[in-house]
Design a protein. Structure first.
Length: 570
């Protein structure tokens, strides 16, 4: 065994903590490949809202620029007007900023480069490296062959250059209907990599683009456009997900054919989370068929949804940091994300008392028509958050679950004849449970010990349980929404033959509690306010809140499933 304390190893240590992309960047900086420049980009297609997978790409690209004193562009890959909308552009800009990243100047758009791309394609035609093909798209696909069989040349492959130039100009002018012609690169129909079998560069689409309107009716395909966008912007490291590995030779081919600035494409494994779908197409389906209330439904894996649910941006960045950057596919436990959320909120979220399923309690020896104020700690993790006053009176609400008529020995909450501590208040003993005609307990009668105010019993008597409560006359009613995974299955795509991912939708992803009662101190809190209801979980004031009624979304429970899993692993 080598001695791990040698100075050489100590020096090596920080290097080993780099991810493989940082290693590439540092090597490039060392060799001067880009003259010390680091320029990345985050290139979303504005055909949906950003999700947690995009967050990984954002953290990676903006993170590299930050770490190496470089730049990162926000660039919209807006090359398919059929699916793209201004709504998505606006939302993406806002969400990237919300996640904590910014860029110089205005965001950039692939559509700004359409004219330049067009000129370059004419150049390729003239160089004999591209041609107009009259085959319909199905036929193009058919002649492409398969992984096992080579493709076949298009009968239009060798048409004269001038004819292709002329036809391409007419395509641009709008002389031909959708799908009737394409512009294709002339590479090799027998290439082992199918992406190089004369790929389509342009298709005809008579569609209105959110930015260029009806200026164009030919639109560039991703593989053709993307490298050009990177090149125009002077990108050094073009980082994308693994499914583009097979496209890299084409990315390289186009840039070499044109002799342009040639960024290096680097692929990494996309982020996958258990119980979560990351396909924008499927997320759009859930929105369109009203399975969820919108892109910002708190159960959605979108940044909007997570933000509304109360996940702080910091915890999402923390997750991206924790999972790292790899070349190998893996699925991350959703519980790890929740662990990150809890870690952030534990430090920052003020504590309150809220009763989700109220059960009325009358404290018989407490004077009627009186009340008092008790001191409560705002955040035990953060003493500078101070204290607040909580009103107490003869009638209070406690959680239904905190009482059992016939409790087992280990139930350390209320039962008849049992004593518990009311958080920040007094010891109370239950004397009687009052039932309605159906036998349901509707009210408890208790007595309290005035000598235990805000502390212990002077006689040294102990209680095992502490429960939360709110004063009935002071509490404010609230609606509470509890959430669970949208999909029961760890892999939502794992559906039986003939069925789709929707069979895995959970029936329990949303529970609405209409009659909760919360501390009066929460009055007037605005949407986005994070808090912890003691003993219950972290919550966030929801967008649906009005001056008349507060609504809370549950962010995450208090139980750390991730920590438990880790313990089991050991
Ligand atoms: P689609 O192409 O199906 O519309 P997409 O998820 O690839 O969806 P883009 O808007 O093209 O969406 O993604 C923008 C960037 O985010 C791309 O560079 C893409 O590689 C990256 N990205 C998308 N999903 C993930 C993910 N799950 N993990 C990491 N990066 C992702
Ligand atoms: Mg994509």
């Amino acid at each position: 065994m080598t001695d791990t304390n040698t100075p050489a190893n100590v020096e090596d240590a920080p290097k080993r903590s780099l991810n493989f992309i940082q290693e590439i960047v540092e090597e490039d900086n060392r060799t001067g490949k880009w003259g010390g420049k680091v320029h990345t980009r985050f290139p979303p297609e504005p055909n949906g809202y950003l999700h947690i997978g995009h967050a990984k790409s954002i953290c990676l690209n903006f993170g590299l620029a930050k770490k190496y004193g470089g730049k990162c562009n926000l660039r919209f890959d807006d090359t398919n007007p059929v699916k793209e909308e201004q709504e998505y552009i606006d939302a993406i800009i806002e969400d990237v900023r919300w996640l904590g990243f910014d860029w110089d100047g205005e965001p950039l758009y692939a559509s700004s480069y359409f004219e330049q791309m067009y000129e370059w394609s004419v150049q390729l035609i003239k160089d004999g490296k591209a041609y107009v093909c009259d085959l319909p798209l199905e036929k193009v696909r058919e002649l492409r062959g398969s992984l096992k069989t080579p493709g076949k040349n298009s009968p239009f492959r060798d048409r004269p250059v001038d004819e292709s130039v002329d036809l391409f100009e007419k395509m641009r002018k709008g002389d031909f209907p959708d799908g009737s012609k394409t512009l294709r690169a002339k590479i090799d129909m027998t290439h082992a990599n199918m992406n190089l079998r004369d790929p389509v560069m342009y298709r005809i689409l008579h569609a209105t683009h959110p930015r260029t309107g009806s200026d164009w009716c030919v639109y560039p395909m991703y593989d053709w456009a993307h490298g050009l966008e990177d090149s125009i912007e002077g990108i050094t490291h073009s980082i994308c997900t693994l499914e583009f590995e097979d496209h890299r030779p084409l990315y390289d081919w186009f840039l070499n054919a044109l002799g342009l600035h040639h960024p290096q494409q680097i692929e990494f494994a996309r982020l996958e989370l258990t119980h979560t779908l990351m396909s924008k197409r499927k997320l759009l389906e859930l929105v369109q068929d009203n399975t969820v209330t919108g892109w910002d439904d708190p159960r959605m894996p979108t940044l909007r949804g997570m933000r509304r649910r109360g996940y702080p941006a910091e915890s999402i960045r923390d997750l991206c940091d924790k999972v790292g950057v790899a070349k190998m596919h893996s699925t991350v436990e959703f519980a790890l994300l929740e662990h990150c959320v809890r870690n952030t909120l534990n430090k920052t979220a003020p504590r309150f008392m809220g009763v989700l399923n109220p059960l009325k309690v009358v404290i018989e020896n407490y004077p009627e028509n009186e009340s008092e104020e008790l001191d409560a700690i705002n955040n035990p993790e953060n003493p500078s958050a101070g204290t607040r006053k909580v009103p107490f009176s003869r009638e209070i609400y406690i959680e239904r679950d905190d009482f059992m008529e016939d409790p087992p020995r280990k139930f350390f909450r209320l039962g008849i004849g049992r004593e518990v501590r009311l958080r920040y208040a007094y010891f109370v003993t239950c004397t009687e449970a009052i039932k309605d005609e159906t036998g349901e307990v509707v009210e408890l009668r208790c007595t309290y010990d005035p000598a235990t105010r805000g502390g212990d019993a002077p006689d040294g008597r102990k209680v095992k349980g502490t429960i939360h409560w709110v004063a009935a006359n002071h509490a404010i009613p609230a609606g509470i929404r509890l959430y669970d995974h949208l999909f029961d299955k760890e892999n939502p795509n794992d559906a039986p033959d003939g069925k789709d991912y929707r069979v895995n939708l959970s029936d329990n992803s949303l529970t609405v509690l209409a009659d909760a009662m919360v501390e009066p101190a929460l009055k007037g809190t605005a949407p986005g306010f994070h808090l912890q209801f003691e003993r219950t979980g972290y919550f966030c004031v929801d967008l649906d809140t009005t001056p008349e009624k507060l609504f809370f979304s549950q962010t995450v429970s208090l139980k750390d499933a991730w920590a438990k899993m880790k313990k089991k692993d050991k």
